[in-house]
Design a protein around this ligand. Structure first.
Ligand code: HEM
Length: 180
């Protein structure tokens, strides 16, 4: 595989780190809202700083992606699959940025402190407004589902490339290991 056929090592490291962090966040979020015990408090204490870390990494990753184009998809890939790949990637970037911002905005609108631990407190990004809080709370929930479904579709497509088509697309992100 030539250098142009694989993602830059920095992009690959960010991709796998963020995949783990986002999957963890989806499960932490779902676990958090399904308990009223003290677990809620400590899950939320992980959820907020990890979510803000994902936000910062997503901005770095977007900047890197815009300046370092992805390897081209195989020429024989059907047009609808190329469009689906492009659309799902745009959706994943949008969600990586929107979800943390909505979480942060939701807490601000609910007039809750946005604390990250170690004495770090973020500013409120929205005015206190109970109706806005309720709306953002619902948006955070429905977008989490959309995030999970897009994540699953993305994983399914990666496995299709790696196990069925064996066309090098999965290898472009694993860095050349013989998975396809
Ligand atoms: C990639 C980033 C994020 C993901 C994937 C994510 C995911 C989730 C999920 C799955 C839930 C449960 C939704 C439900 O079923 O109701 C949730 C709830 C919540 N999230 Fe996030 N979240 C992210 C970022 C953030 C950030 C940055 C904050 C705040 C700074 C935040 C604050 C909250 C709060 C306050 C709740 C509700 C807790 C409760 O009602 O007990 N989230 N999140």
């Amino acid at each position: 595989m030539s250098r142009e056929d694989t993602f830059h090592p920095f992009a690959r490291v960010l991709h796998w780190l963020m995949a783990i962090a986002i999957l963890a966040m989806l499960f932490i979020g779902a676990g958090m809202v399904s308990t009223l015990s003290t677990k809620h408090t400590w899950l939320l204490a992980i959820h907020k700083p990890l979510g803000i870390t994902i936000f910062v990494l997503a901005l770095i990753r977007l900047g890197f992606r815009l300046t370092h184009p992805a390897p081209p998809l195989p020429a024989d890939l059907p047009v609808w699959q190329k469009l689906a790949a492009h659309g799902s990637h745009v959706m994943l970037y949008a969600l990586m940025i929107a979800m943390p911002l909505i979480g942060w905005g939701m807490l601000s609108a609910g007039d809750y402190p946005v604390t990250l631990g170690a004495g770090i407190r973020l500013p409120q990004i929205l005015p206190a407004n109970p109706a806005l809080f309720a709306w953002l709370r619902e948006a955070h929930r429905y977008l989490a589902w959309l995030f999970f479904l897009t994540f699953l579709a993305h994983m399914g497509a990666a496995l299709m490339h790696g196990l069925i088509r064996r066309d090098g697309v999965l290898r472009s992100m694993t860095g050349g290991r013989q998975l396809d």
